[in-house]
Design a protein around this ligand. Sequence first.
Ligand code: PLP
Length: 402
Amino acid sequence: MDQSFVRFSSRITHLQPEGAYAVLARAQELEAAGANIIHLEIGQPDFETFPHVSLAGVRAIVTGQTRYTPPAGQRELRAAIAAYARGQYGLDCDPAQVVVGPGAKPLLFFAMMALLEADDEVLYPDPGFPSYPAIIRAMGATPVPVPLEEERGFALDLEALHNRLSTRTRMIILNSPANPTGGVLPAQDLEKIAALARERDCWVLSDEIYSRLVFADTPPPSIAGRPGMAERTILVDGFSKTYAMTGWRLGFGIMPAHLAHRVTLLITHAIGCTAAFTQQAGLAALTGPQQEVTAIREQFRRRRDTLVAGLNAIPGIRCQVPDGAFYAFPNIRALGRTSAAIADILLEHAGVAVLPGTDFGACGEGYLRICFAHSPATLTEALRRMSRVLADLAPSVGSRAE
Ligand code: PLP
């Protein structure tokens, strides 16, 4: 068939690849030509899946757990997730409210598919995870960006959120700790957003995939535990980031049982189920020893401190200390170039791959996203290269102070 005559559905023509893959592709081209590139663009832990978790997966394969499972997930995994939810998010959770899927992304997708109509509006953070507006639009609904406030640790601008709520608002998406900023929403903001959601009768889709990667001593609060919120919240979390299981594909959603039933039907018809051995690996991760999660978080904290201190020592860069996840989101406006131009210069001339903030929405202009899930030596070398190349832009520093 002549491809120029193919008519694609209007629901998907807006879809773009994730920015990280475009940068990775260019970095790989440079590497093929002999360049040495430090990869700080992709957001995944640099350590391997814990051996006891991998072994549980392998054991499941060799003992024949290679068949279909119930679409919502294996009974024992859903029960373990419900028990985990009580401790981690303070939720009174029944296994009937848990839906397991191949990653957190399918839960974001199917929750929106189950709830959104074409005329609906969805508020989401900008800069934010690119899949939010992509999925909203794929459902035919309208994404409404809400800017973040850098000086408040990249919390949502609550006044803008309030002003952008309309009679068509059906859902508010939260992501705390956040990609790409590392921001954690303060408890008092969650109270206010919960009050608005109740008042306006909106759903809240709370993406808490980085909930175990927080640098404060207490777990970040979840909006799902606020009074009257369990019945209007879909909490999405998963195993990718906490247990370094990005390639296993395992995530879950916690939601009211009647919605869980609908989301399960979507999983039934779109996916069937999540691989049984992946679920067994997840069960081992959740119910096994957790000291390694804590140890890795401490490593990330030290790496964060190295990276942020190094970035703040470069003229023209100002970087907040992120409270969670493994991303720094430095402000580079004083360098006098766009985010894309600076990311390009760093890749082509310093051999350091980072992402422009604009890969995460228009409000990401003036920022870069740098993943610090890398060894201290790698981060130190990246900082050395960055400061050498950015020093050449120094004339515009100061003359363009904000
Ligand atoms: N949500 C956020 C904010 C993310 O950053 C990511 C992955 O980068 C995901 C969801 C997807 O996670 P999963 O690998 O479980 O699909």
